[in-house]
Design a protein around this ligand. Structure first.
Ligand SMILES: *[C@@H]1O[C@H](CO)[C@@H](O)[C@H](O)[C@H]1NC(C)=O
Length: 457
């Protein structure tokens, strides 16, 4: 009698577990209001206004005056980038910025694509919207939303956009691309109220895409863009056709992850760990702890008191450049910390790097960009979105120098319909900017697989 009861319980439990696992859980959210003061009763202004990046003499004179008054402090001998941005090299960057960098030319470059603003939940949301010039007969362009992170901007996608909207190979899919600025970043207005987190950004971007008339679309993201697009897939799994990410730190360390970490080195096959997985997951434990303390100070500051240090950065272009570009060095390759010039120009041009800095400088957005950490971490790590899996077809591009390596098993734990997982030959955290060709190829490959499957159904 007892064994029968036990059997029933076990089978029942198993069925319950399987049903639970296969049920699509949808993330819930409620409309917000982020404008100053109380919501206006006149209803939402849903007009879409063309926007152009502009500059003027006064802005440039103010910038040069501040640069000219910087107070250099010599870096320690032999310290390279290990104490932060190297001061001697910073002087070189700043001298280029002051004397050779042509912001007016870069503004024209930014304006080569159409920009717009529209008001959502009380704040102006900025985005770049690029339609392909021509689409093969009998087909239509595939809408794709691409979301940046910190300390980046929509500009990170400028090398990738033409590869997707004007592919050279006629067999490639043609995309129509929308790159918004997260509210509080670049030319999007900063929320005036507390609490604007990744789920709010996801909801706002859904409203944006709806306003633009897209019934369904694909989404791509790295850094915070990964979380915002992931939340979008969780909010509206029927509207997001496919999700492509190049960053996916585990949001909720579960049993499979713990087991795989404990046993994966001895039994790699059991967890489908590759040689790359083993190499990247098992530095000795001290190294792991020391490295994460070394590199996470900025996160602690931004998740607690962004407004204090942010004021200094918002007053000093040199301080701002050091703060932002240190990340473009170390997050591209940790080995760059041992180079006098932080390896910055091995992967990027100073023009591109300073253009990104200028987007933060001219819009004065560094404090509001840092607050996004506080809003996301401030609610604790046990958020509904970190507990709910993603049921939208997903593609993962695994770049070798990404900050945190995530084996396929871990990605699959969160993204239940993982269609592609591509180990890349080169690239780091700012992969869309560093390796636009590889990223475009992977987005193409992934989207083709999802489209083919959809057609079959
Ligand atoms: C995309 O698919 C092609 C054809 O299968 C393959 O040769 C290429 O390596 C893939 N590229 C990426 C980045 O996944």
């Amino acid at each position: 009698m007892f064994t029968e009861l036990l059997l029933v319980l076990v089978i029942g439990g198993l069925i319950f577990f399987l049903v639970q696992r296969s049920r699509t859980q949808v993330l819930k959210t409620e409309d917000g209001w982020w404008g100053a003061g109380a919501p206006s009763d006149g209803g939402e202004d849903d007009t879409i206004r063309p926007f152009k990046v502009t500059t003027n003499e006064e802005e440039l004179e103010d910038l040069y005056r501040r640069i000219d008054h910087t107070r250099p402090v010599a870096s320690l001998e032999d310290s390279q980038f290990n104490y932060g941005f190297n001061s001697q090299y910073l002087q070189k960057v700043v001298s280029y910025w002051r004397n050779d960098f042509d912001w007016r030319r870069q503004v024209d470059k930014l304006n080569q694509y159409p920009h717009f603003k529209t008001n959502i939940e009380g704040i102006d949301v900025h985005y770049v919207h690029v339609k392909p010039r021509k689409v093969p007969e009998g087909t239509s362009a595939i809408p794709l939303l691409m979301v940046h992170g910190w300390p980046g901007s929509f500009y990170e996608f400028y090398g990738l956009i033409p590869l997707l909207t004007e592919p050279s190979d006629p067999n490639e899919l043609v995309f129509e691309v929308v790159c918004p600025s997260i509210p509080g970043y670049g030319f999007s207005e900063a929320p005036h109220k507390k609490g604007f987190d990744s789920v709010c950004a996801a909801r706002v971007f859904h409203k944006l895409m709806k306003r633009l008339g897209f019934q369904q679309f694909y989404a791509h993201g790295g850094d915070w863009g990964w979380l915002v697009t992931t939340n979008m897939a969780q909010l509206e799994p029927k509207i997001v056709k496919g999700l492509h990410v190049n960053f996916a730190p585990p949001s909720k360390p579960g049993l499979p992850m713990a087991l795989s970490l404990m046993l994966g080195r001895r039994f790699p096959k059991l967890f489908s760990f590759t040689d790359i997985d083993i190499q990247r997951l098992y530095p000795c434990m001290d190294k792991l702890v020391v490295e994460s303390i070394k590199e996470s100070g900025y996160m602690h500051i931004q998740a607690t008191k962004p407004d204090t240090v942010g004021r200094g950065l918002n007053d000093s272009p040199v301080g701002l450049a050091a703060y932002i570009l240190e990340k473009f060095s170390t997050w591209t390759s940790q080995d760059f910390r041992n180079l006098e010039d932080g390896g910055l120009t091995r992967k990027f041009s100073l023009d591109d790097l300073l253009t990104n800095v200028m987007i933060y400088w001219t819009s004065g957005c560094i404090i509001s960009s840092m607050r996004f950490y506080k809003e996301n971490f401030g609610k604790g790590l046990n958020q509904p979105h970190s507990k709910i899996p993603v049921y939208v077809p997903t593609g993962f591009a695994c770049f070798p120098n990404e900050l945190m390596h995530t084996p396929k098993l871990w990605v699959k734990e969160k993204y239940r319909k993982l269609m592609t997982y591509t180990p890349m030959a080169s690239g780091g955290h700012f992969a869309a900017m560093e390796e636009p060709q590889l990223m475009a190829e992977d987005i193409q490959n992934f989207t083709k697989i999802v489209e083919k499957k959809k057609k079959k159904q």
